[in-house]
Design a protein. Structure first.
Length: 194
């Protein structure tokens, strides 16, 4: 069975909304977009590069996939992240998307995410990774489908914004590794206890 690993940047108060740019996700009047960019350093880049070096497929929710399509799709800048994203098979879980042809190697999983992703996990294939897609992660977490988390815990609180775990069910994890960056981000890897 395929495993699912989630990589998510999160503040100390659990906010995951709008990490990369001021206009990334302003839903609910969120005004703190771009909060994560000032914490990038060589340690973070190296640790994230380790994840990209492992073969695997990607899984996105519609909103994040559309944002990544605009930001990363079709770029040819030589950035290893760009190369990885464009080459990977990208599954998009959506109830509203008509097709996934806007970004190469994308496959639409039409229907309720927990059901379509549970079925995808049983198919032969490479392990799945999720970057962002907080709504999708919450649904999959509630259904017991997330196997591993890599949380990039940033040393700040925002007070407002969408949080990673809202009404999550009781789930226990084992810390498998933790690496601090030079800017105070903790890169914590967890495996779900079965």
């Amino acid at each position: 069975m395929r495993s699912i690993t989630v990589t998510m940047s999160v503040t100390l108060d659990g906010v995951v909304q709008g990490l990369g740019r001021p206009d990334e996700d302003t839903r609910g009047g969120f005004a703190h977009g771009g909060w994560g960019t000032r914490y990038q350093d060589d340690v973070l880049a190296r640790e994230m590069g380790k994840g990209m070096s492992r073969p695997g497929d990607m899984l996105f929710g519609r909103r994040t996939w559309q944002d990544f399509t605009t930001t990363w799709g079709g770029r040819t800048d030589g950035n290893p992240f760009t190369t990885h994203l464009n080459a990977a098979t990208k599954y998009v879980a959506s109830t509203t998307l008509e097709d996934a042809g806007a970004w190469e190697n994308s496959i639409l999983l039409r229907g309720e995410a927990a059901e379509t992703v549970a079925e995808l996990k049983t198919r032969p294939g490479r392990d799945l990774s999720i970057i962002g897609s907080a709504s999708l992660v919450r649904d999959l977490h509630a259904a017991g489908l997330v196997d591993h988390y890599t949380l990039l815990i940033h040393p700040l609180t925002l007070g407002t914004g969408a949080r990673l775990f809202g009404d999550a069910p009781l789930t226990e994890f084992t810390l498998t590794s933790c690496a601090p960056t030079t800017k105070g981000v903790l890169i914590a890897r967890y495996d779900r206890r079965v």
